[in-house]
Design a protein around this ligand. Structure first.
Ligand SMILES: Nc1ncnc2c1ncn2[C@@H]1O[C@H](COP(=O)(O)OP(=O)(O)O)[C@@H](O)[C@H]1O
Ligand SMILES: [Mg+2]
Length: 242
């Protein structure tokens, strides 16, 4: 059996779910409803790359500006230092310029020698593209470009997790991406709770269970050993909000 080289996300508990990390040069679709933690996962993926693995990162934002992202960071990180040192680049693009987007990403990756790329979010980008065929082509072309540049990429996208058979909105995200990581927001009693599931990961075996995660002071923490209650169970049941 060939040994697939893995890239550690560095998010505590997440790499264990994928037998060591995301296969290098692959892409992951990070899916979930608004407020489920997609942007936070994406930022930590780049932060750990820069701080612990000597890999530069590019954050392509179609939603928040660089200043907003830094301001809203829930952790005690020296993220700004990574920005100042050029280890992480955050670029906010206007999604209506989508025709130029792939060229802009290509030059930025080359210029900054980025190994990890985040595209946040496909939903925001797609809102500006009228024809669904153009959305699909854009996502496919972007994915091909990033793959050929040797990047490992995380795309984010808003989905309703209540419809597990249909993760993506445009019907391409989950097929072009080598992996799908699903984030959920559930209501347990009076508390909101965050869960993560690795739904698909080409090139590696992976855990298929639902795991709770928390926002700790220094980053996300996934409880990889501890299975969350099944939402279909009658006792200890959780209600999915979206
Ligand atoms: N310290 C924290 N503890 C618990 N939850 C937090 C904390 N900081 C942020 N959050 C949650 O994270 C959400 C925002 O996460 P974000 O990554 O921006 O989600 P998304 O990109 O999926 O919309 C907030 O709405 C809040 O619920
Ligand atoms: Mg977000």
């Amino acid at each position: 059996m060939s040994k697939v080289e893995k890239l550690k996300t560095g998010i505590e508990g997440l790499d264990e779910l994928m037998n060591g990390g995301v296969p290098i040069n692959h892409s992951v679709f990070l899916a979930g409803p608004a407020g489920s933690g997609k942007t936070t996962y994406a930022l930590e993926f780049l932060y750990r790359g820069a701080k612990e693995h000597g890999q530069n990162g590019l954050y392509v934002s179609f939603e928040e500006s660089k200043e907003q992202l830094v301001e809203d960071l829930p952790f005690n990180w020296d993220f700004e230092e990574c920005l100042e040192e050029g280890k992480i680049n955050v670029t906010k693009y206007d999604p209506y310029q989508y025709e130029d987007i792939i060229d802009l990403i290509r030059s930025s990756v080359k210029e900054n020698n980025a190994k990890r790329v985040v595209v946040d979010s496909l939903t925001a980008l797609s809102l500006y593209v009228d024809d669904i065929k153009d959305v699909r082509k854009l996502i496919l072309d972007m994915n091909e470009t990033l793959r050929s540049l040797g990047c490992t990429t995380m795309y984010t996208g808003e989905v309703r997790t209540g419809k597990p058979d249909q993760v993506s909105r445009y019907g391409v995200e989950e097929f072009i991406a080598d992996g799908v990581i699903l984030l959920k927001l559930t209501e347990e009693g009076t508390e909101l709770s965050n869960k993560v599931i690795v739904r698909k990961m080409r090139g590696t075996d992976h855990d298929k269970g639902e795991h709770p995660f928390k926002f700790e002071e220094d980053g996300l923490k996934i409880y990889s050993k501890e299975e969350a209650f099944s939402s279909s169970g009658s006792s200890g049941a959780s209600t999915e909000l979206f």
